[in-house]
Design a binder for this molecule. Sequence first.
Ligand SMILES: [Zn+2]
Ligand SMILES: [Zn+2]
Length: 123
Amino acid sequence: MRKPGTDETNVQMTDVLCDFCHRQWSEEIPMLEGHKGSCICGRCLRIAYTEVLLHKQSSAPAEFTCPMCLETTADRAELDRGDEPGWQSPMHEEAVICRRCIKLASGALHKDKAFDWSKPTIE
Ligand SMILES: [Zn+2]
Ligand SMILES: [Zn+2]
């Protein structure tokens, strides 16, 4: 997401906030962009991956729209993913990422050598 008042023609790093924890983008934390300027930071992604992919948990409400792909529950149902789990931010409950986006984002960050980020594993 963008900080309110961001100049869309001149977006700075500090204008970019994680949709899930509202942290500012900085050099230390990778940030992945979804649709319409939505973002998830590496820290939230790590928690989401651990809960949803590793522990098969879902904190998502029955109906949610994922800000990263903009798919609604109805969209997922049409694609036979109606019961897909997701991760709801404990800090901002309107922010829920679907499992597919967690997977895609983790795969992209994992491969990106610019960041020291790898997929979490069960300890
Ligand atoms: Zn975050
Ligand atoms: Zn999604």
